[in-house]
Design a protein around this ligand. Structure first.
Ligand code: FES
Length: 77
């Protein structure tokens, strides 16, 4: 089924892109062009992305990043 009529992009194409690591609407626009014209497909594209903010990346605890451990902050008395 076509999701983006303007760019003739189907839900299958979008799902395949997501399975291959595309995780934001911006990235879908960059690789498939969806949402760049009239924008009517944006709601469905967002639904296909799962409605979650996939831009958040799960990072290991801060102690694994030496730079964070070396920052010292002086707090005025
Ligand atoms: S339907 Fe996707 S930009 Fe128009």
């Amino acid at each position: 089924m076509y999701v983006c009529v303007c760019k003739a992009v189907t839900d299958s194409q979008i799902k395949t892109a997501i399975e291959n690591g595309v995780c934001t609407r911006k990235q879908l626009f960059q690789c498939l062009g969806v949402g760049g014209d009239c924008g009517k497909c944006n709601k469905q594209v967002k639904e296909l992305l799962g409605g979650q903010d996939r831009r958040q990346v799960d990072l290991p605890p801060a102690q694994n990043y030496p730079v964070f451990n070396s920052i010292q902050i002086e707090v005025p008395a």
